[in-house]
Design a protein around this ligand. Structure first.
Ligand code: ADP
Length: 160
């Protein structure tokens, strides 16, 4: 059976931290679906289409990575797509506590789906989308925190 993993997140924007996790995980799975979650209650900086476009650019030469979006429960999205794994990245103890709760709830909702956690490399452990967004909003240069293939000047942020 094909090993499919879903990597869910807001990716507002996608950072080198996210990229690092995917590049390492690609050797563990046959396919990874980067699934941009749409949460009506969450205010985004980049539109859903912009976020997907940025991520697609990064993995344009990687046929094992697909970029999609979803609404609703992550485990339901996994089931719909035949994914048996949920991929997440861990940076800090705070991430662990947060992920532990979500992972255990997901296990209870969908016992057949395994959450897989990769520890970030130390150089990426301080990078998060909120800080990158704040740099961009304030007119700073955040290019070193996003994958080289994403040219931030090509994208306009909107609060949607
Ligand atoms: P959300 O906050 O909506 O879950 P994110 O896009 O921030 O979405 O995160 C998606 C996943 O990527 C999470 O598992 C998160 O821990 C992981 N992640 C975010 N930043 C990094 C990083 N710098 N290094 C490793 N993993 C990361």
């Amino acid at each position: 059976m094909k090993k499919i993993a879903v990597f869910p997140g807001s990716f507002d924007p996608f950072t080198i931290g996210h990229e690092g996790i995917i590049r390492r995980a690609i050797n563990l799975f046959d396919e990874i679906i980067i699934a941009v979650g749409t949460n009506a209650l969450k205010k985004n900086f980049y539109s859903l289409e912009t976020r997907k476009e940025m991520i697609k650019k990064v993995f344009k030469d990687e046929p094992r990575v697909r970029v999609a979006h979803y609404e609703g429960l992550t485990v339901d999205y996994c089931k719909k797509n035949g994914a048996g794994y949920l991929l997440r990245g861990l940076r800090t103890a705070a991430d662990f506590e947060f992920e532990r709760a979500i992972g255990q709830v997901n296990k209870s909702l969908a016992p057949g789906i395994e959450s897989v956690f990769l520890l970030t490399v130390p150089e990426h452990s301080f990078i998060n989308s909120t800080i990158v967004r704040d740099i961009i909003r304030s007119g700073g240069d955040a290019s070193k925190f996003v994958p080289a293939l994403i040219n931030l000047k090509d994208y306009k942020g909107i609060e949607d």
